[in-house]
Design a protein around this ligand. Structure first.
Ligand code: HEC
Ligand code: HEC
Length: 219
């Protein structure tokens, strides 16, 4: 990595926003529940029941039913909690999600986050959907891999697993990734306060498709 790139990354990491007090206390409560198998299993069971409503769009097990709707399966529970909070405060905009986040109690948010994070994501690779045969797609996968592993890995992990409120990306839906990265690139729109807006300034439009292709195929 060049010095210029390393400095850019360090300054980006340092500029990440901190949790609000609300979110810190939710996360502490969630971690306390996770500490015991008994309370964890009870929370996951309650979360599964409450998440029936979400299944209509995100899939019962968090593998979404539509390519433009994100998978929630295997997502880091801290990230899920943070997004509920951003939807509830209107900082992240989506009509349905803002209404839903608003009606869920803190306990329900914690249970649902623990439930979805305990599910396994079916990445495109798992479903055998990767088309390595076409020259163009193999090339594009490599281009995406190169870009991801020289930059994005610093926050989202070499295997795309993320960490706490840094989201897991591996196996995410490709169309959702393309839509979301384009949105960040154009100034954030519905997610204007996201640190990704600044980060996407270092990515060209033409790199978005290969990045999304590579990420959706990570497992
Ligand atoms: C009518 C469809 C619909 C329903 C029902 C729905 N969602 Fe969503 N959800 C969406 C869409 C669309 C997005 C993506 C919004 C965007 O592009 O920013 C989303 C985004 C999210 C995100 C952010 C994920 C990410 O990777 O950034 C979370 C978390 C989430 N939903 C949780 C839930 C939960 C929990 C429920 C049930 C209580 C639920 N959703 C019900 C459509 C729905
Ligand atoms: C400095 C750390 C950092 C770097 C580097 C970084 N990200 Fe992110 N990324 C984040 C954070 C933090 C979030 C959560 C943002 C939010 O809450 O809106 C995020 C969110 C995302 C999301 C939305 C995920 C979802 O489920 O909604 C995508 C997609 C994404 N990043 C892709 C990338 C790609 C591709 C790169 C490399 C070009 C990259 N990120 C580099 C910190 C980073």
């Amino acid at each position: 990595m060049s010095l210029k790139k390393s400095l850019l990354l360090i300054s980006l990491v340092l500029s990440l926003p901190c949790y609000s007090d609300d979110n810190v206390s939710s996360i502490d409560k969630m971690l306390a529940i996770k500490n015991s198998q008994v309370t964890l299993q009870t929370a996951i069971k309650a979360g599964k029941e409450r998440a029936l409503l979400c299944g209509y769009c995100h899939g019962k097990d968090g593998n979404s039913v539509k390519d433009t709707i994100p998978n929630l399966a295997q997502q880091n529970p801290e990230y899920l909690l943070k997004q509920f909070q951003l939807f509830a405060s209107g900082e992240r905009k989506n009509y349905v999600m803002e209404q839903l986040a608003d009606i869920l109690t803190e306990q329900e948010r914690i249970n649902i986050a623990l439930y979805f994070s305990s599910q396994i994501v079916n990445s495109a690779a798992h479903e055998g959907l990767v088309d390595y045969s076409a020259e163009a797609s193999a090339e594009s996968l490599l281009e995406g891999q190169h870009r991801y592993q020289s930059f994005c890995f610093a926050c989202h992990g070499e295997s795309g697993e993320g960490n706490k409120d840094l989201p897991r990306l591996a196996g995410q839906k490709k169309a959702f990734l393309v839509k979301t990265l384009n949105g960040f690139k154009r100034g954030g729109g519905s997610r204007a306060s996201s640190p990704m807006v600044k980060i996407m300034k270092a990515v060209n439009d033409a790199q978005i498709e290969p990045l999304a292709r590579y990420i959706s195929n990570m497992r």
